[in-house]
Design a protein around this ligand. Structure first.
Ligand code: SF4
Ligand code: SF4
Length: 345
């Protein structure tokens, strides 16, 4: 599954901590004031010592990119994010960070920008609206603070992209958000269609002050928009139909995104998994147990990272399971291409 002869692209959850309470996030009790679900979050994190141990000059030289995102936490909430990024970019590694952007102060962001700029690293700021709407989904975050942080970061010459999930309550602000992104110096603007709505297109939740609200599916999709002469505009029907056609590249019925990108996933507990979708799932546990593989063998606090990646089940057992079509997560995520759709403008 993972190939030491090709550059690695690691996907790492630095921490399961977060300052926000986005209603559709698996860490959030959306019907209980968007509080944190303590049954899935244990406030763990990876730190500088873990990266110094595993990202040696040798492994760093064979690493194309380290992407900090994750299932349960925001990398910005990790105590040593800045030190970890400085270590990696000192060793020539390109980094990508996906965050809500609302923690820390502008001087911290300026230091982060200087570290990121060294290797052309990229920040994905998830801002789903403007001052009156971003906090309706990114509960507990503040638009003005995010923009202040982003400005200090971009000022250093480091790269940043604005990522925007479309809802009914923010779709009328897409054009204005795009204009602001360009004025602030963001180099990319990506619209995202979430797949987390059920067929009814509604998602009730409770704000921290007790007020009940409902997210509604948007009337626009990311593919409805086009970049035209430096402005964003609604696409024609023909443009939209072309963009909506999904790429289909089946390999034995499963097109493993993680194998294609040579991209292992590492959780904030230090567990190495095939990808973020199977990480920590009941199916992953049964798969490992079925092959008598104990979880301690896959923790980077017990063994060198690359040794784990080249061992089973990654060496051959996953490929055999895809052939037998025995992993429902793989079929669902990489068989039918059912993912959030994106349109990078
Ligand atoms: S910012 Fe990310 S990790 Fe935090 S609650 Fe929102 S989706 Fe979850
Ligand atoms: S869900 Fe399965 S097939 Fe898809 S990236 Fe993860 S391990 Fe690969």
């Amino acid at each position: 599954m993972f190939d030491p002869a090709r550059p690695y692209s690691f996907h790492i959850e630095l921490t399961d901590k977060c300052n926000a309470g986005c209603p559709m996030c698996p860490r959030t009790l959306h019907l209980d004031r968007c509080r944190t679900d303590r049954s899935v979050v244990s406030n763990v994190e990876l730190g500088l010592a873990d990266f110094q141990r595993h990202f040696t000059p040798d492994l760093s030289a064979r690493t194309a990119e380290v992407i900090f995102g994750g299932a349960y936490g925001d990398p910005l909430a990790a105590t040593e994010l800045l030190e970890v990024v400085e270590h990696l970019t000192d060793h020539g590694v390109r980094v990508a960070i996906a965050t809500n952007g609302s923690l820390r102060k502008p001087d911290w962001w300026a230091r982060m920008g200087r570290a990121m700029a060294r290797t052309g690293s990229r920040l994905e700021l998830h801002i789903d609206g403007l001052e009156d709407t971003n906090g309706l989904y990114r509960v507990g975050t503040f638009y003005d603070k995010i923009v202040e942080n982003a400005a200090a970061y971009i000022e250093t010459g480091a790269r940043a992209e604005w990522h925007f999930i479309i809802f009914r309550h923010n779709e009328h602000q897409i054009e204005e958000a795009f204009r602001r992104s360009r004025a602030l110096g963001f180099e990319g603007f990506t619209l995202i269609d979430t797949v987390r709505f059920g067929p009814e297109g509604r998602f009730p939740y409770q704000m921290p002050d007790g007020k009940m609200r409902e997210l509604e599916a948007p009337t626009r999709k990311s593919a409805d928009f086009r970049l035209d002469g430096g402005e964003i505009r609604l696409a024609s029907r023909e443009d939209a139909a072309e963009a909506a056609a999904p790429p289909v590249r089946p390999i034995e019925g499963i097109d493993c995104k993680s194998a294609a990108r040579n991209s292992p996933y590492i959780s904030a507990h230090g567990q190495v998994s095939a990808c973020c979708w199977v990480a920590g799932s009941g199916e992953e546990s049964s798969f490992f147990a079925g092959h008598r593989l104990g979880p301690e063998r896959y923790n980077l606090r017990s063994r060198p990272l690359e040794e784990i990646m080249l061992d089973e089940p990654f060496a051959s057992l996953y490929a055999a399971a895809w052939k037998a079509d025995s992993l429902a997560t793989c079929r669902h995520k990489c068989g039918r291409m059912r993912r959030n759709r994106r349109n990078a403008l």
